[in-house]
Design a protein around this ligand. Structure first.
Ligand code: SAH
Ligand code: SF4
Ligand code: F3S
Length: 494
């Protein structure tokens, strides 16, 4: 094993300990746009004949960051592999949202110790949101000396330099900036999909919901300039992409921070997307507080804007929402929900819900159940509250036993299943447009894709349809998917 030990960490040079407290500070410094990314000459061919593997945990933001890191590594000559034993560089792009997400990563770091013993030249890196937490860094420093490299979410564009230090230095390399955040344009990207693509429209989050770690790990809200986004989407359209998803932790705050563009928001951006020749445009994640009328009006125009809204509610109790710091009440959520539903025909709705927030009473939980019944969600993600060190909620005392939380989650999940099955029955015998994404996970003979409303559809057809938009008639509806028969292929010719 390479002799990279904790005692050899050159703290002054590499290690700026990340601090959640510093990360919380928002000084409203102007956002720096960095445009001059390049790979140092001596690193341009370092990956020739070598392989990399990136394991991605967490949300779409991380998936997309992985595409950027893959792009950087490929520009340095590395090729991708799915086999850890073949890899010369393994990066774990981690998620800090809940404790179980972190435990999974630590489990994996543990198993990679063996590989590192077999292959001492292997560079093992940890990046993503966990790398922004001081407790995580301290744990890696204390217990996992097999890790060569730790870098944060603000340091991705420094990967070539950091890899160089890890390859040619002897110390564990740690570079994590606790900063408000810049925007780095023109980074290479190695997109995983050939017809679906992620496009970041903004970074960070300023909402500071009391349970959530994201504003600390991702920095402040900062929007990319619309011109940059439009250019990227146009380029994807030219390359034949069929679906793009605009990404941000709170996309409805898009534009608020753009200098000299006071009234430019997500509604304006989506209106511009309608004029681009790409068949499907989605966006995620919405925050109910910033969802404005202009956006609703634009979504109502349809066209290539898909009628699926992911609108996390978190709780149906106004008291809990207040302690969560969500900035809306049950009534305001419901009125927004109905407004969107009335304006966007046939829209499907999904949500996120946290059960067992500190001191949540039975009555408050029942309010969540009744809100879910009223909204009849098509689906959603449900979680048991997980305390995150450094957040205000983690300091609250909690009188709800874990057994009660688990029981609430089970009841909620049962209701969500019923509602999903019910919403699917509406599709019986209907003809829907499906973007064919690949073979079904369960049966390679069957093709699978999503409707504009984000329902999974399985049907038989030739593999040549993968990547195409087709018409499918729904013949059977299930709890979480639809079965259908192919009607006609290729709806759009661009
Ligand atoms: N920005 C998005 C959510 C990002 S995190 C939004 O505001 O909706 C995805 C989901 O994880 C959240 O919607 C929330 O339901 C859940 N989540 C976040 N922090 C959590 C925590 N500490 N415990 C349990 N669930 C959490
Ligand atoms: Fe977390 Fe709230 Fe920001 Fe979503 S809006 S990322 S839940 S702080
Ligand atoms: Fe996880 Fe970070 Fe996304 S905490 S959910 S990977 S922003």
């Amino acid at each position: 094993m390479a002799d990279k030990t904790i005692s050899k960490v050159d703290f002054s040079k590499y290690f700026q300990p990340p601090s959640l407290k510093d990360a919380r500070r928002r000084r409203r410094e102007a956002v720096q746009i960095i445009n001059d990314f390049s790979i140092p000459e001596d690193m341009q061919h370092v990956g020739k004949g070598k392989k990399y593997l990136i394991e991605t945990y967490g949300c779409q933001m991380n998936e997309h960051d992985t595409e950027v890191m893959a792009g950087i590594l490929e520009e340095m000559g590395y090729q991708e592999t799915s086999e850890p034993i073949d890899a010369d560089v393994i990066l774990l792009n981690t998620c800090a949202i809940r404790e179980n997400a972190e435990n999974k990563v630590f489990g994996h770091i543990g198993t990679l110790k063996m590989l590192k013993l077999e292959k001492p030249g292997l560079i093992l890196g940890v990046c993503g949101c966990m790398a922004q937490e001081e407790v995580v860094i301290n744990k890696i420093l204390a217990k996992h000396p097999q890790v060569d490299l730790i870098f944060g979410t603000h340091n991705i564009h420094r990967l070539p330099q950091l890899l160089k230090e890890a390859l040619f230095g002897k110390e564990m390399v740690v570079e994590v900036w606790s900063k408000e955040g810049d925007i780095v344009e023109n980074l290479p990207q190695s997109r995983r999909g050939h017809f679906q693509a992620w496009v970041n429209i903004m970074y960070g989050c300023d909402k500071f919901c009391t349970y959530c770690i994201v504003p600390y790990t991702r920095g402040k809200e900062r929007s990319r300039h619309p011109e940059e986004i439009i250019q990227e989407v146009r380029d994807l359209a030219r390359k034949g992409y069929k679906e793009i998803t605009l990404l941000g932790q709170n996309v409805n705050a898009y534009g608020k921070d753009l200098p000299n563009m006071e009234n430019y928001g997500l509604g304006n951006l989506m209106d511009e997307m309608r004029t681009i020749g790409i068949p499907r445009v989605r966006f995620t994640t919405s925050h109910p507080k910033d969802f404005d009328d202009h956006l609703i009006e634009v979504l109502g125009k349809g066209g290539n804007l898909c009628e699926h809204i992911h609108l996390p509610v978190q709780s149906g109790s106004s008291e809990i929402l207040k302690i969560m710091g969500r900035g809306y009440t049950r009534e305001r959520y419901l009125s927004l929900f109905h407004k969107i539903k009335d304006t966007v025909p046939n829209a499907s709705f999904t949500t996120d819900i946290i059960v067992g927030f500190p001191n949540e009473t039975d009555e408050q939980f029942e309010e969540t159940m009744s809100l879910v019944r009223e909204c009849q969600f098509d689906g959603g993600f449900t979680f048991i509250y997980s305390p995150r060190a450094g957040t205000p909620a983690a300091r609250m005392t909690d009188n709800v036993p874990m057994e009660v939380k688990k029981e609430r989650l089970q009841r909620l999940n049962k209701l969500m299943d019923e509602l999903s099955a019910k919403s699917n029955t509406k599709y019986q015998d209907k003809i829907v447009e499906v973007l064919v994404e690949g073979e079904s996970r369960k049966n390679a003979e069957v093709l699978s894709g999503h409707t504009r409303t984000n329902k999974v559809v399985n049907f038989s057809g030739p593999k040549s349809l993968i990547g195409q938009l087709v018409k499918v008639k729904v013949t059977n509806t299930k709890k979480w998917s639809l079965d259908g028969e192919l009607q006609e292929a290729e709806v759009f010719n661009q």
